[in-house]
Write a new protein. Structure first.
Ligand code: NAD
Ligand code: DAU
Length: 385
């Protein structure tokens, strides 16, 4: 069992992305002997610089290896899984808006890629059964609350039906269902986590919080979709990474664990809080055309993970402050992330929306007013903890 082995060899796929790199940095910083190999394709979202703190530390670097490659490539995956005690799969295309613009890459990594990983784990499981290795590798598949679809009220539990509504969410649901099928059919040691909306340092600026922080720092408009009343449950990245490690080491094979956040609020409220922290005005906000099929609310019950002994540590106000401070201090990092293909993406995703919002504002009463029930910096407008 990995829990009892401080010298475990982990293969972390997608470990150069936002959550995966936090996982790698935090596990390596424990200095407990764990060895990690990262396999990452380095898509637009992957960034070797996210692993610089590990590679710059001699003791950690000696326990670390980086391989650039695709989880959908059996030749790259096979030997790495053969050398691993466990695989933690973060690799995915992760942005819902991009899945609406172009779903193909989501299916290739989220379905074909997961299948290739599972086949490699299956082969190693068979080798363990034949006495050719001491134990089979465990696979942790990182999934998402989006597989439950939009939850109008109440809190999703692990046994609830899956009802994904975007190509991203459907690919994630397919990946975890495949993983579970390999547990049932071939006896693979698989655990699955379903995390909620994660935020923190190194978050790619395409996502709500880092997009709005970096746009606000540049006094650029903030494109808020629809009425801004969609509810998300915000989870600090170090808490998400630690919960994944907890499930990897203590979770029961074949089980799914929700990883809820600690701040369950409408987007408007999050935006008001981040603007207050930045000292920027609400007038930067533009209400723009909604995301097609936009899920209104996500909310998960975390009782199963709590029973396993994990609860979050970071309150939203503290996590948001730390995140904004990090973005202020790491301007070179986020400017680099907003380069290359960024301008073309931004134009495709936002130019029409922002132009229409400006035209609508001129035609009526001006920009929408700041929500009366959400004073900047105030706590939640009242949807939950
Ligand atoms: P991210 O987009 O920041 O990082 C994804 C990483 O995977 C990148 O480094 C990318 O280069 C790599 N990658 C993509 N395709 C690959 C492939 N075919 N082979 C190898 N590497 C590949 O994503 P993130 O926000 O860090 O999310 C990580 C995981 O957590 C994803 O599986 C996502 O679905 C899940 N998740 C994310 C959140 C969130 O709020 N960000 C919440 C719940 C679950
Ligand atoms: O819930 C978990 C999911 O959280 C993860 O599985 C995904 O990988 C991750 O990207 C995130 O998905 P969301 O779609 O919820 O995150 P995003 O940051 O894109 O959007 C958060 C909310 O903000 C959502 O209601 C859409 C809204 N939004 C987003 C952007 C980028 C806006 O209003 N304007 C924007 O420009």
């Amino acid at each position: 069992m990995i829990a009892a082995d401080p010298t475990a060899r982990l293969l972390v796929t997608g470990g150069a992305g936002f959550i995966g790199s936090c996982y790698v940095r935090d596990v390596m910083a424990r200095r407990d002997g764990t060895r990690i190999t990262v396999l990452d394709k380095l898509t637009y979202a992957g960034n070797r610089a996210n692993l610089a703190p590990v590679e710059a530390d001699a003791e950690q670097a000696a326990r670390f290896a980086f391989v650039r490659g695709d989880i959908a490539d059996p030749a790259a995956v096979g030997p790495l899984v053969a050398d691993a005690d466990a695989v933690v799969n973060f690799a995915a295309e992760s942005h819902v808006d991009r899945s609406i613009l172009d779903p193909a890459a989501f299916l290739r990594t989220g379905v074909d890629g997961v299948h290739v990983l599972l086949e490699a784990v299956r082969r190693e499981t068979e080798r363990a059964a034949a006495g050719m290795r001491s134990r089979p590798p465990r696979l942790l598949q990182v999934s998402t609350d989006e597989v439950y679809g939009s939850v109008e009220d109440g809190f999703s539990r692990e046994g609830d039906a899956l009802a994904p509504r975007s190509p991203y969410a459907a690919a994630k649901a397919a990946g975890e269902l495949l993983a579970r099928s390999y547990h049932v059919t071939y006896g693979l040691d698989v655990v699955i986590t379903r995390g909620s909306n994660t935020y923190g340092p190194y978050h790619h600026p395409e996502k709500l919080i880092p997009l709005f922080v970096t746009n606000a720092l540049d006094d650029r408009p903030l494109p808020l979709y629809g009425d801004g009343m969609q509810v998300r449950d915000w989870l600090y990245v170090a808490d998400h990474a630690a919960a994944i490690d907890h499930v990897l080491r203590r979770g029961t094979s074949g089980e799914v664990y929700n990883v809820p956040g600690s701040h369950h609020v409408p987007n408007r409220d999050v935006v008001a809080q981040l603007l207050a922290h930045l000292g920027k005005p609400w007038s930067l906000v533009r209400f723009v055309e909604d995301r097609p099929g936009h899920d209104r609310r996500y909310a998960m019950d975390g009782a199963k993970l709590a029973l396993l002994g994990w609860t979050n540590r970071v309150a939203f106000a503290d996590g948001l402050a730390a995140t904004i401070d990090w973005f202020r201090a790491n301007e070179a990092w986020w400017r680099a992330a907003r380069s290359g293909e960024w301008d073309a993406y931004y134009e495709r995703q936002y130019a029409g929306r922002l132009a229409n919002a400006d035209a609508a504002a001129r035609a009526t009463t001006g920009a929408e007013a700041e929500p009366a029930d959400v004073a900047p910096g105030s706590p939640s407008a009242g949807t939950g903890a």
